[in-house]
Design a binder for this molecule. Structure first.
Ligand code: KIV
Ligand code: ZN
Length: 560
């Protein structure tokens, strides 16, 4: 019998929340960020970080601007314990940064946790226990009252340990682990019981952290759960409401954003979404999402690649090339129509005006990326991308028809090799094709061209048509100029692009006067210090290409 595996699962129930407010709110300021890279992130690594690596990571988090950093689980391993001691003893914690440590609700573990924090000026002690039905039933075989008592007992022990160490400024954090899979009324009951013991005040708040330990529902459901807690828990004005979304359904970022709308003040997550299984919510994406809405996240990702490199090295895990904001390919367009739009967008974008470049949600420069990788050319690219890279490489823009011709040459190269053509490769190909076009005509001195051993002076002919006429005479063939573009480059040189038709007849039928009917049409180009030389060389290159094409009966790339 064929069974449908989906019958093993059941839908997540909706939250009974009347007149929910979060859908009509907007985010107006950044939440308090808490990095749990060194705790939750580290717990998920194949090779947990060494003390030295944790120190390096901690220093990077401080530099980015995190003010709350969960540094470890000191009762869980000696490395964790020793790392925290080093932070404290070596006075590595800046005055505006608070470290946080995690503990389970066991007296010996809590005491060991406080031991690790001896001498710290301020710290957050974070207690957690799982409260969802499946955990009560399957993992602990505990009743609701027993689960609640565990949280309450742990809180009492922490309160005692904190009172015994008055020189430290203590903040208490409680996480009803597996919150998002728990009956809301029971989650409130446990949280209220805990806060009833701790007794936070508006000036000395405690943190209630609501984890989606395993993301089990859509982000709107999580938002409903958070809003329900926001509306119903006791001591709300004395509580920092925090969320801790995991990414099992791939919607942790959305869940965190909606949770802010629903009343969350604080977000726990990891850089680039590292963390157990599919990860913790990605703080880089969250922060940059705020940034693109005109809200300063208070975290500095202006050199996102440096952050990424450090995280990749410390975690020994790669960041995906399509990662929002930080992936290698996220500011890159290969497709012709995208490249064209981006090129136009760059040209239209004014400094200090609202960013409006098509296909680029942010200015790559804001995360320390150059524009070099924005447009990359492969066999799917068109003239927009090729021209953009060429402009940047040679400092001048060929005429439109030449762009079309050259982009086909580039596309053929990409098709032949099956790989990307680099910006350098594009410029080299342009040079080989148009600047260095060897053939029967040669410029042998500044004002002299040679054809079949006979030298002809070009002196006197200053414009392209005049030079073309001199060369036409020298080679005994009609040479008509069909396209011309002359530009000054930024370094003061002259760029000349010229399209010529060699040979051919003129139309004689009524109305056809002046229209070329045949012959070979080719472009040539030159960039020279001297304008005269640029003109001569561009025409010589075009004629040589035309002559070569005529000899090989090569079809014209661009019809006249
Ligand atoms: O995912 C989780 O529930 C946790 C808690 C310890 C906060 O990491
Ligand atoms: Zn977690």
């Amino acid at each position: 019998m064929i069974t449908n595996p989906s019958t093993k699962y059941r839908p997540f129930p909706a939250v009974a929340l009347h007149s929910r407010r979060w859908p009509s709110r907007t985010i107006t300021q950044a939440p308090i960020w808490m990095s749990t890279d060194l705790r939750d992130g580290n717990q998920s690594l194949i090779d947990p970080m060494s003390i030295e690596t944790k120190i390096e990571f901690f220093e990077m988090l401080v530099k980015i601007g995190f003010k709350q950093i969960e540094v470890g689980f000191p009762s869980a391993s000696q490395t964790e314990f020793d790392f925290i001691r080093r932070l404290i003893v070596e006075k590595r914690i800046p005055d505006d940064v608070t470290i946080e440590v995690l503990t389970q609700s066991r007296t010996d573990l809590i005491e060991r946790t406080f031991e690790s924090l001896e001498g710290v000026p301020r710290a957050i002690v974070h207690l957690y226990n799982a409260i969802a039905p499946s955990f009560r039933k399957i993992v602990f075989s505990m009743s609701k009252d027993e689960v609640k008592a565990l949280a309450v007992e742990g809180t009492r022990t922490i309160k005692r340990c904190a009172a015994e160490r008055p020189d430290t400024e203590w903040t208490y954090q409680y996480s009803p682990e597996t919150f998002s899979m728990t009956e809301l009324s029971f989650a409130r009951e446990v949280v209220d019981a805990v806060s009833g013991i701790w007794r936070p005040t508006p000036t000395h708040k405690m943190i209630v952290n609501l984890p989606a330990t395993v993301e089990a529902a859509m982000p709107n459901v999580f938002a409903d759960q958070v809003e329900w807690m926001d509306r119903n828990i006791a001591f709300r004005d004395s509580i920092v409401l925090s969320v801790h979304p995991h990414n099992d359904r791939g919607t942790a970022v959305a869940a965190a954003e909606m949770a802010i709308l629903a009343g969350a003040d604080r977000i726990e997550g990891c850089l680039f979404g590292n963390g157990e299984r599919t990860g913790n919510v990605d703080i880089v994406t969250l922060a940059m999402n705020l940034y693109t809405q005109g809200i300063s996240p208070g975290l500095d990702f202006s050199d996102i690649d440096a952050v990424r490199r450090t995280v990749e090295r410390c975690n020994k895990l790669p960041v995906h090339p399509r990662h929002p904001y930080a992936g290698d390919l996220v500011y890159t367009a290969f497709s012709g129509s995208h490249q064209d739009a981006i090129r136009k967008g760059f040209a239209a974008q004014k400094a200090d005006e609202i960013w409006e470049v098509p296909y680029l949600p942010i200015d790559p420069a804001d995360v320390g990326r150059s524009y070099d990788a924005v447009i990359r050319v492969n066999s799917q690219s068109g003239k927009g991308g090729t021209t953009y890279l060429l402009e940047r490489g040679i400092g001048a823009t060929p005429p439109r028809r030449m762009q079309i011709e050259f982009s086909r040459i580039v596309q053929e190269r990409a098709d032949e090799t099956g790989i990307e053509v680099t910006p350098q490769g594009i410029c080299d190909l342009f040079r080989q094709t148009y600047f260095d076009a060897k053939g029967p005509v040669e410029r042998v001195a500044p004002n002299t061209v040679r054809f079949l051993g006979v030298d002809t002076p070009t002196t006197g002919a200053t414009d392209v048509t005049g030079i073309a006429a001199v060369i036409a005479k020298a080679i005994g063939q009609a040479v008509s100029v069909v396209d011309i573009e002359e530009q000054r480059t930024a370094d003061g040189k002259t760029a000349v692009f010229v399209g010529v038709r060699i040979g051919g007849t003129r139309g004689t039928k009524h109305g056809d006067q002046g229209r070329d009917e045949s012959g070979v049409h080719r472009y040539g180009a030159a960039i020279r210090d001297s304008r005269e030389m640029a003109v001569v060389d561009a025409v010589v290159c075009a004629v040589n290409r035309g002559a070569r094409a005529a000899m090989s009966a090569e079809p014209a790339l661009v019809a006249a």
